[in-house]
Design a protein around this ligand. Structure first.
Ligand code: DC
Length: 223
């Protein structure tokens, strides 16, 4: 087993950015588990498979290949050999991914894939159930929190940069609905791991959060 840092937190808490920066600074492989659920949702969407269609989902899962690769310093996501790094962030995926991520059959396939990734390398893995389900014995567990208004604000600004047209209110509603689906689902609900250290990023800059997380990681790395 490698050294495992688990970072859980809601959408818009800055997990993705923080994870990548901490990975670079401490030479850890960063793994975005949300991207994996996005791949499954995209594969189903592209094949016209509904979230209720257990047989169809089984066919998708039987042959799905998800790879997270660093190419020219950039993290890329490949679904069945195709670079889908951009596609998995499209609003059509945003709209359905939480529903697919709540399907037991899908989590039963994706969770072992994630555990496998921590066997042979030192990783920092971000998601919703990393410290609770995927790696309950992770060396470091961090819960990256942030107020819902600030999360919506950040997502709204990101959307503007990407040319995605949504009002702040729409973004806020979307985040609230996803939160509800993620925390109320029966399987691997999104909860703070009991033994995680909380870092609240609401009023912190990216650099400040990175510094705080590095402090926590270093304490374990050097002990
Ligand atoms: O972090 P994100 O928005 O890319 O995550 C996409 C979806 O997958 C979101 O609905 C939460 C879900 N997810 C999950 O259920 N478990 C994880 N470990 C990571 C993400």
């Amino acid at each position: 087993m490698g050294f495992v840092v688990a970072i859980d937190g809601p959408a818009g808490s800055g997990k993705g950015t923080i994870t990548k920066l901490v990975a670079e600074k401490r030479n850890l492989v960063s793994i975005d588990t949300g991207a994996m659920y996005r791949c499954v949702a995209l594969d189903c969407l592209n094949n016209g498979i509904d979230v209720e269609d257990a047989k169809g989902i089984e066919r998708i899962l039987d042959k799905i290949q998800i790879e997270l690769k660093k190419i020219d310093g950039e993290q890329k996501v490949f679904l069945n050999g195709k670079d889908v790094s951009k596609e998995i962030r499209e609003p059509r995926v945003d709209e359905v991914v939480a529903k697919f991520a709540a399907v037991k059959q899908i989590r039963d396939k994706v969770t072992p894939m994630q555990r496998e990734m921590g066997k042979t390398q030192n990783i920092i893995m971000e998601g919703r159930d990393i410290g609770t389900v995927v790696f309950p014995n992770a060396d470091v567990k961090i819960f990256l929190d942030c107020s819902i208004e600030e999360r919506a604000n950040r997502r709204y600004k990101q959307n503007l940069e990407k040319g995605i047209q949504m009002t702040y209110e729409e973004v806020l509603e979307n985040i609230k609905e996803r939160n509800r689906l993620e925390t109320e689902r029966d399987i691997a609900p999104f909860v703070k791991p009991e033994d995680a250290i909380t870092v609240d990023s609401t009023n912190m800059s990216i650099d400040e959060v990175v510094e705080e997380v590095l402090k926590i990681v270093d304490e374990k790395l050097h002990n």
